[in-house]
Write a protein that binds this ligand. Structure first.
Ligand SMILES: *Cc1c(COP(=O)(O)O)cnc(C)c1O
Length: 429
């Protein structure tokens, strides 16, 4: 068995150490030695096996092809970034003029271009600020405007976001008090107006972004809330970061319409339907909304929630660049998906794999557009493929349905089809 030191000293391995770091490469060598000891590979192949098993970058994160048909999969990092956003990340990764005015040599306003891009993308927005995520935007609003005071919110909108995190708990943790109104299924304008008083900091409208309730229900929309609240600001947490209405998502609130309806502030996520990096959007309408954004931007907590230059760069490119992959997946013509599925299935059958193209139903997922279904198409494989594809490189995650492994194409760009076919052929065994 070749010694670990000796393998690490080989020129090809030393080059990998220089690129990826000693720990990662050493781990790969030790694993290859273990395989040789187990008789899986000849000892002479340890170096080749160790190099072959190395990741392409110094991260233990593995790329995954999202063939689940869920556009925004929380476990896969929600929105994939556009090529434009990835290029912007590379620029921002080095030293850059994030807070430098190259014309004067003096300090520049951090993130100004990203904020301008956001304002240009949301008609009616007069001010904007970015923080780390949607929860951070809510935390900043609650801390800055409601510590020691009351937030009025409907009982039916006390949402658990995921992984056990609950919006009401987040709000209370800032020192604000919740004034819950209505019942689980119904709330009326008078429920709100009867509790408004000198202690009210704001009225909060939360979009139930991951569930629907139907039947004997009633809620109060932002326009009605703004009307009855008068001088009290209405804050709307729209969740998904949809900036303007989308025809396929008629029930999903968007930032522009919500501001137009009279919300002073809108909060949202950057990595859901907006299709950008993880970020929290804080948008203010004209007048008081803009004042509140400015006040919150100067709040001490804002510094703790500040986004980094990478986020600023990727968000700007998402807003000004070509359609994000999420947007493209939402807008794709189902006929295109059917043609891709037919082509893929035929190619796999030609190679001797039992594959069929089938109709499929995709969803938005990730805290957006609950209940909305999107026509899609998939490649159907025997179910044993599911585990094998997950273990492949790149990993492919499909969906098990009626004893078949479906690879749904809605969340994947056409450019992924070659890699998808190769991944299936590599594991067909
Ligand atoms: C997703 C979501 C949040 C949390 O946003 P993060 O960006 O995950 O912190 C808050 N409110 C609503 C309505 C959401 O859908």
């Amino acid at each position: 068995m070749p010694r670990t030191d000796a393998v690490l000293a080989e020129p090809r391995v030393a080059a990998a150490v220089a690129r990826l770091g000693r720990e990662l490469v050493k781990r790969s060598v030790v694993e290859a030695q273990a395989r040789a000891r187990a008789g899986e590979i000849p000892p002479a192949d340890v170096t080749d096996a160790a190099l072959a098993a190395l990741p392409s970058a110094a991260t233990s994160l593995r790329p995954v092809l999202n063939a689940t048909g869920v556009l925004l999969h929380t476990n896969m990092g929600r929105a994939p970034l556009s090529a434009a956003a990835v290029e912007a990340l590379a620029v921002a990764a080095g030293t850059c003029d994030v807070e430098l005015d190259l014309a004067t040599g003096g300090r520049g306003r951090r993130g100004a271009a990203t904020i301008d891009a956001l304002l240009a993308a949301v008609p009616g927005a007069a001010a904007a600020h970015l923080v780390n995520n949607g929860a951070a935007a809510l935390a900043l609003v609650a801390t800055g405007l409601a510590a020691g005071r009351e937030i009025v919110v409907a009982r039916g909108e006390l949402v658990e976001i995921g992984d056990g995190f609950r919006i009401p708990d987040l709000l209370v943790s800032t020192g604000a008090r919740l004034r819950e109104v209505g019942t689980t299924n119904r709330v009326h304008p008078r429920d709100y107006s009867s509790v408004l008083g000198p202690d009210t900091a704001f009225v909060l409208k939360v979009h139930p972004s991951n569930f629907t309730i139907s039947g004997f229900t009633k809620s109060v929309d932002v326009a009605e809330l703004a009307e009855l609240a008068g001088d009290v600001p209405v804050v709307a947490d729209i969740g998904s970061g949809l900036l303007t209405p989308h025809p396929l998502l008629p029930d999903e609130p968007d930032a522009a319409s919500t501001l137009a309806a009279g919300a002073a502030l809108v909060t949202a996520s950057g990595d859901k339907l907006l299709g950008g990096p993880q970020a929290g959007l804080l948008l203010g309408g004209p007048g008081r909304g803009a004042q509140l954004v400015e006040q919150l931007r100067r709040h001490p907590l804002a510094r703790a929630l500040r986004v980094d230059k990478l986020t600023l760069a990727a968000a700007e490119a998402t807003l000004t660049g070509p359609a994000s992959p999420t947007r493209a997946a939402l807008d794709v013509d189902p006929a295109t998906l059917r043609a891709r599925a037919a082509r893929l299935a035929a190619a796999l059958r030609d190679a001797g794999t039992e594959a069929a193209d089938v109709a499929s139903v995709a969803t938005v997922g990730g805290g957006g557009a609950p209940g909305v279904t999107l026509e899609s198409a998939a490649v159907s494989l025997p179910d044993r493929f599911a585990a094998a594809l997950r273990a492949g490189d790149p990993a492919v995650v499909g969906r098990l349905e009626h004893g078949r492994c479906l690879l749904d194409l809605r969340a994947l760009p056409p450019s992924a089809d070659t890699a998808l076919a190769a991944a299936v052929l590599a594991v067909r065994g």
